[in-house]
Design a protein around this ligand. Structure first.
Ligand code: ZN
Length: 196
């Protein structure tokens, strides 16, 4: 695959006088999978099954809810985070999950507490904590990074670089909340104002 990519780049380079702007992008549909190294933070497009022993498949698509509720973060999402964490470390930032997977009961507790805080106004409460039926934390596909106990600059780094690992900040009002919304290397969608 590496060789093939080089060949493609060579081809694009050779024809760059004809198509200058689009020549640097690789059609994502031609990439079968990405591997990430949780020691070095390096992500590479590789053919499925060809990840090096110390690399993990990060997938080639957004990670969405499974068929049944998990009891931890979805493994592929966790791997994306670990590779991003290694890359952040290399860049001088530290990342830490302060809240990742939550049980349905825990999310329900947090939700009720938030509703109380907003004097029963569920609409306002849901901007900060979603009810357990809507939150992606109990589905194992949402993490809060460096919230409460960590540097905001680390989260800022992830906001800027997370797309390389398929991680996106989702809401404008929550700098700490990230989800695996895209395939690695694909740009994140525009942020939503807040959860609802
Ligand atoms: Zn969150």
């Amino acid at each position: 695959m590496k060789l093939r990519l080089v060949a493609i780049c060579g081809l694009l380079f050779a024809t760059s006088s004809v198509v200058p702007a689009a020549a640097t992008t690789v059609d994502p549909s031609t990439i079968i999978d990405y591997c990430g190294n949780s020691q070095t933070g390096v992500v590479q497009p590789l053919t499925s099954g060809m990840c090096l022993p110390n690399e993990y498949s990060l997938g080639n698509a957004p990670i969405s809810r499974g068929d049944s509720r998990p009891r931890a973060l979805i493994p592929q999402f966790n791997r994306r985070y670990l590779v991003a964490k290694a890359a952040a470390r290399k860049a001088g930032y530290s990342l830490r999950i302060t809240s990742g997977y939550r049980s349905y009961a825990k999310q329900n507790y947090l939700w009720n507490r938030e509703v109380q805080k907003f004097n029963g106004n569920k609409k306002l409460a849901s901007r900060w904590v979603l009810p357990p039926s809507k939150s992606n934390h109990p589905w194992g596909i949402a993490i809060d990074v460096n919230y409460g106990n960590g540097s905001r600059s680390g989260a800022k780094w992830l906001e800027k670089n997370g797309y390389k690992f398929g991680l996106c900040r989702r809401y404008k009002n929550e700098w700490w909340h990230f989800e695996p919304l895209v395939a690695p290397g694909t740009h994140c969608p525009a942020m939503e104002k807040y959860a609802s």
